[in-house]
Design a protein around this ligand. Sequence first.
Ligand code: EPU
Length: 438
Amino acid sequence: MDSFLIHGGSRLKGKVEISGSKNSALPIMAACLMAEGKSTLKGVPRLSDIDSMTKLLGELGCHVYRHEGPASIVDGPSLNGPLDIEVREEDKSEARYDIVKTMRASICVLGPLLARRGKAIVSYPGGCTIGDRPVDLHLRGLQKLGAEFQTINGNIVGTVKGRLKGRRMYLGGAQGPTVLGTINVMCAAVLAEGQTVIVGAACEPEVSDCADLLIKMGAKITGHGTPEIRIEGVDKLTGAEHRVIPDRIECGTFMIAAAMTNGELELKHCNLDHLISVTDRLDEVGVHIERENGTIYCSSSRRLNAVEMTTQPYPGFPTDLQAQLMALLCLADGNSVVTERIFPDRFVHVGELNRMGARVRKEGPTAIIQGVKELQGACVMASDLRASAALVLAALMAKGTTRIDRVYHIDRGYEKIEQKLAAVGAQIERVRENKAAA
Ligand code: EPU
């Protein structure tokens, strides 16, 4: 378990290459299970979650091959070598607990396996540090298409008699739409007989990106990116070439890093349209943001304003940037209020930020943040991917040295984060496991 040592106080300045989206790449890789022939995916980041999905697809009979890309970060991580995925055997249909427990996105193989192979055994993902994460909506949607489910020894065991049948359905839940649930049902519906209409679908760009790949493979989908997706079933899909969208959460994290350090960052390969609610809040905080084609210029040269923010489904403020914005608001002028509407328990970072001198009080799904003049370096623990990113941001501004343990959480979702930060002036060093234990 590696750690980061971060010496705070450096102003970040320079260029950062934003990677392809992890949350787009994972379901897109799973969707390749449904195609005949080879698919080639570009812009897939090098992350441990991508390695887990690669392993899972290998166990499900796929040949997954990563082409060599540029070796150096200077050439840009977005130029990572393409990933080829080809289904070679279709007799296995099990996603084991050992893989699912490390990566919840393993649930994305459920819809594709049922649609193409007529059966699937996927270990129940269970909860995680960001709270209870049920999969009832995934199962409900797939049941409406004709799949049958049983729970056997902690596994979801799904079967389909004959072929799935298209249907009109409502897929929203108590917390709103489901991103991966929408993708699972959309994938399955593509190979179902007849028309499916998903009402209450998630509108996240990652859903649209997966739909765009499926369309290239031969699927007939319209309405993706809106709450009503229409799918005309087809008999087969053929492998296609696709570039995944830029990682909007990584981009937002670096925008916040620029703001917190009173820095000046040029973020390459971004799509600011996917970050409209984030720029809205950062504007109010006092951050200067400009765009030119795929580049975002983000800077700040003064104390930051306190704001109110509520996480919401897209295009609202993303839950995946809540912790990072909170780290910034710890240093703002005045009191801020952050409400979490997607995962009401996603506040594990609060205790660690307070250990660094922040003043955050949690009341149910809301956190009240009293801005302080400075944070102090401390030993803190990474607990989930985005909470860990928030600690990195806090450490960049803290007085003295912060040691963040268990950074494997960050490695799940931020490609080469320490190299990218160091290249723009951060003092950050990875301490390898055996050195950290000494
Ligand atoms: N929900 C249900 N039933 C379901 C599914 C979801 O009640 O069957 C609830 C959840 O408990 C939550 C809400 O619906 O309250 C939304 O959850 P959603 O299903 O949209 O989350 P997800 O698809 O499992 C993806 C991302 C998460 C991101 C959420 C929300 C991936 C691999 N994961 O999860 O990303 O927070 O959407 O935008 O795409 C991360 O990257 O750090 C991360 C956690």
